[in-house]
Design a protein around this ligand. Structure first.
Ligand code: PBG
Length: 325
């Protein structure tokens, strides 16, 4: 028996032939941060290699990813103005709306997904409207979330991805999009989103750390797996077209359960902390660069069809290199 396993590892050609999992560029989504101002290409200490662009420089980044073969992006806005209603999030001339219009004009082939949430836009940094006692008012919040989603789609977004984790948001967004003639715009739901420490670098990048408290009342407890299945089921029933598990690397079991339980496209978000940890390990020489490919491949092997990852460009370069060898 052992001999048989070894026979299949004997040469590179045979290993290629029996390989079970392969990454493809078209299943990767590259997250993009947009800031106000002009001529911005801001470096971030927490995420080496990732920059924040202004609307006038985003085209250069789109040229670069186009050359690498990346066709899908997810946009995050970092606005200057914040208030208790997150009004910049649904403004016609908000940062995301302007960026979407610009990208769809100059790079119409790029599939633009927008993150729909309020935390970058509220002055307190929570993902919704607060009641007088300082807790998120779920039902009021979903009205706003739907309004934000609609404004993104009106600006030209190809798909919306609500990351707020409020109850009933998917049904509400679907209803509002349909009422406005956008029946064919899909929703990718952050369904199993955990209250994770791996979002640390993102909160620096998006300036969205909560001013008080945490997100544990609306994001999931890392200890729970059955609950993640309930979250996915509810989102599917409400009309989600794609369900997402987030983070990815510490939640590979959740991705696999979702894959086995639901006949749906499953996305996984390889988040900022996962990126920073591995990127820094590579930059400091602790691990070889191949660890990037290995870790992203594990997300695919666990069952994800779509991987949102800051490593998209690194992976794209490796795939191009492999092709030319
Ligand atoms: C906004 C949002 C977050 C991330 C994506 N959308 C942060 C959070 O919930 O605190 C995290 C992404 C990452 O860490 O890369 N709600």
């Amino acid at each position: 028996m052992k001999e048989r396993l070894r026979r299949l590892r004997k040469s590179e050609a045979i290993r290629d032939l029996v390989r079970e999992t392969r990454l493809h560029i078209d299943e990767l989504v590259y997250p993009v941060f947009i800031v106000e101002g002009e001529n911005q290409r801001q470096k971030m200490d927490a995420m080496p290699g990732i920059y924040r662009f202004s609307v006038d420089t985003i085209g250069e980044e789109m040229d670069e990813i186009t050359k690498l073969g990346i066709n899908h992006i997810m946009i995050f806005g970092v606005p200057n103005h914040k208030d208790c209603f997150a009004s910049e999030a649904y403004s016609k001339d908000g940062i995301v709306q302007r960026a979407v219009r610009e990208i769809k004009k100059t790079h119409p082939h790029i599939n633009v997904i927008t993150d729909v949430c309020m935390c970058q836009y509220t002055d307190h940094g929570h993902c919704g409207i607060l009641t007088d006692s300082g807790v998120v008012d779920n039902d009021k919040t979903i009205e706003y979330i739907a309004k934000i989603a609609l404004s993104h789609v009106e600006a030209g977004a190809d798909m919306v991805a609500p990351s707020d984790m409020m109850d009933g948001r998917i049904a509400k967004i679907r209803e509002v999009l349909n009422e406005n003639g956008y029946q064919s715009t899909p929703i990718m739901a952050y369904s199993a989103k955990y209250a994770s420490n791996f979002y640390g670098p993102f909160r620096e990048a998006a300036e969205s750390a909560p001013a008080f408290g945490d997100r544990k009342t609306y994001q999931m407890d890392p200890a729970n797996s059955d609950e993640a299945m309930r979250e996915c089921r509810i989102d599917i029933e409400e009309g989600a077209d794609i369900i997402m598990v987030k983070p990815a690397l510490s939640y590979l079991d959740i991705i696999r359960r979702a894959r086995d339980n639901f006949n749906m496209p499953i996305a996984a978000y390889n988040v900022s902390g996962e990126y920073s940890m591995i990127k820094n390990a590579v930059l400091s020489g602790l691990m070889k660069e191949e660890v990037i490919f290995e870790s992203v491949l594990s997300i695919k092997r666990a069952g994800a069809n779509i991987i949102i990852t800051y490593f998209a460009k690194d992976i794209a370069r490796k795939l191009l290199e492999d092709m030319s060898n």
